[in-house]
Design a protein around this ligand. Structure first.
Ligand code: FMN
Length: 200
């Protein structure tokens, strides 16, 4: 049994939300996200599992049209600015690099802080999908400048910046991006799953 949705087909049957979540760039500049929807998206992300329930994720957000938007938007590389300019909100995902382990005298370096934040990102994206929004993570932003611009202190890592928006018309994109503007696929699942031993 497989699942087909959003022009994608899985090998094994999964909840269609996994196929329906994708990362479009053609966003609708008219869309305004409500506080309620944003907080619902953060709420879902906050229910992600984490090592020792340390909840290392932090979310810094800005809605388009607010004073907080420009400092975050200006961190993006031009290629991402070109489409994220139509996002309804930008979210910076930050993780705490240390955690208070049970019985330890003080905070210790946390092995899995980025893993935990990644789980939160996944939940965030799925909740956005559930609400009809699209969450598009980005690695293309100024890693050196981001902590200073955002006031992120030592002991925290800026993980990613996420654009949240409604799907718009492809025609808003430059032609090379228009061609790529469709849900992509995945390599076969048995290439990435191995029983017992790592298979290069
Ligand atoms: C951590 C991370 C960084 C990414 N960086 C960028 C980026 O800088 N610009 C961009 O357009 N897409 C970026 N993407 C989107 C990926 O290209 C996309 O998730 C991947 O191709 C899978 O497609 P899908 O999300 O539509 O399923 C990023 C995704 C992740 C998770």
């Amino acid at each position: 049994m497989s699942t087909s949705s959003n022009n994608r087909v899985s090998t094994y049957a999964v909840n269609p939300i996994f196929l329906n979540r994708w990362s479009p760039r053609a966003l609708d500049e008219k869309a305004v996200i409500s506080e309620q929807d944003l907080m619902t998206i953060f709420e879902a992300a906050h229910w992600a599992p984490s090592s020792f329930n340390s909840q290392p994720w932090r979310f810094i957000y800005a809605r388009r049209g607010t004073p907080e938007w420009s400092p975050i938007f200006n961190l993006l590389v031009p290629m991402n600015q070109a489409w994220a300019v139509r996002a309804s909100a930008l979210v910076v995902l930050v993780s705490a690099t240390t955690a208070q382990m049970p019985g330890a005298p003080g905070p210790m370096p946390a092995y899995s802080h980025s893993l935990d934040a990644g789980a939160a990102w996944g939940y965030l994206a799925l909740q956005a999908t559930q609400l009809g929004w699209y969450a598009h993570a980005m690695a293309g932003w100024d890693v050196q400048q981001a902590p200073g611009v955002l006031g992120v202190p030592d002991g925290f890592r800026v993980e990613t910046i996420i654009a949240i928006g409604r799907l718009g018309d492809k025609s808003v994109l430059p032609p090379p991006l228009q061609e790529r503007e469709q849900p992509n696929t995945r390599r076969p699942v048995d290439e990435v799953v191995m029983q017992g031993l790592f298979r290069p």
